[in-house]
Design a binder for this molecule. Structure first.
Ligand SMILES: NC(=O)c1ccc[n+]([C@@H]2O[C@H](COP(=O)([O-])OP(=O)(O)OC[C@H]3O[C@@H](n4cnc5c(N)ncnc54)[C@H](OP(=O)(O)O)[C@@H]3O)[C@@H](O)[C@H]2O)c1
Length: 260
């Protein structure tokens, strides 16, 4: 018999990119805290098994398969979630992908795919969820960017640029939507062990297990802090690097990340 939690922090949450990695672990954590979680991604089978995995938890997970590059599908999913569960109290915009780019043979298509998913997928979701929250004068939106959006990094000319766009966008949204009663939070993870980083063949400093990362993500959602980052030691090192002038940053990064 699942434990009942009377006042979950977010009665209704909606997470994109919930079939694997950070989104999946966060959906389970929120359900464990008693929330009803609409879990979205393209893989319907993975979402179904996630729904089943949550059956013993205090809250529940409802699979809502969705491609965030498809505006009509988002509109339909949003209408279904609002009708069945209510306007989400929390929306976590987490769907994203990393395609490494070799600058010497750069392909515009790799940029188009990542901008369409990481940036425009987030923007399409915002277009769908903001009106209900504005009308209700409350809500929380967490946008998952990355520390790779802080400054330029090797192989991340496309991915880093999409995340830098999200960071800038979040700063603007925090101010404007704050006036409408909506809390916007920016989530900047370092390296977290997920299918996304399993593809990397370079050393990943301070690589963090996904459950530990999601614990810090969840705790951040309970605060009104603008930025949620983890693992702290690595993200603070990169925050410091963000303050360096180009004359120091570029030679330093160049030396420390050059392939042998
Ligand atoms: N892992 C890290 O070290 C790290 C660091 C910084 C930032 N991040 C960011 O954290 C977020 C989650 O990454 P992760 O590491 O958990 O990666 P992941 O395990 O690869 O998860 C990516 C999720 O996005 C979904 N997705 C991909 N394309 C989609 C689409 N068109 N429509 C809807 N959903 C889509 C995937 O599901 P389907 O394939 O089933 O659609 C999957 O659920 C991403 O935004 C990533 O950039 C990750």
């Amino acid at each position: 018999m699942p434990l009942m939690i009377k006042n979950p922090p977010f009665p209704v949450a909606w997470i994109t990119g919930a079939s694997t990695g950070i989104g999946r672990a966060l959906a389970l954590r929120l359900a464990a805290e008693g929330c009803t979680v609409a879990a979205s991604a393209r893989s319907a089978d993975a979402l179904k098994s996630l729904e089943q995995e949550a059956e013993t938890l205090a809250g529940r997970i409802v699979a809502v398969s969705l491609d965030v590059t498809d505006s009509a599908a988002i509109e339909q999913a949003c209408a279904r979630i609002v009708a069945d569960l209510g306007v989400p109290d929390l929306c976590v915009l987490n769907a994203g992908a990393y395609i490494p780019v070799d600058a010497k043979c750069l392909k515009a298509e790799d940029f188009r795919i990542q901008f369409n998913l990481n940036v425009m997928g987030t923007v399409r979701m915002l277009e769908a969820v903001i009106p209900g929250m504005v009308e209700r004068k409350s809500g929380r939106i967490a946008i998952v960017a990355s520390i790779s959006g802080y400054r330029g990094l090797r192989t991340a000319s496309a991915y880093g640029a999409t995340k830098a766009a999200l960071i800038n966008m979040c700063e603007a949204l925090r101010m404007e939507l704050g006036d409408a009663g909506i809390t916007v939070q920016l989530v900047n993870p370092g390296f977290i062990k997920t299918p996304l980083t399993d593809k990397n063949d370079f050393p990943m400093p301070f690589l963090m297990p996904v459950d530990k990362a999601v614990d810090q993500f969840y705790r951040g959602l309970l605060t009104n802090r603008f930025e949620i980052t983890f693992p702290k030691r690595f993200t603070w090192m990169l925050k410091f690097a963000r303050l360096l002038p180009y004359a120091l940053y570029l030679p330093l990064l160049n030396r420390s990340t050059k392939a042998d």
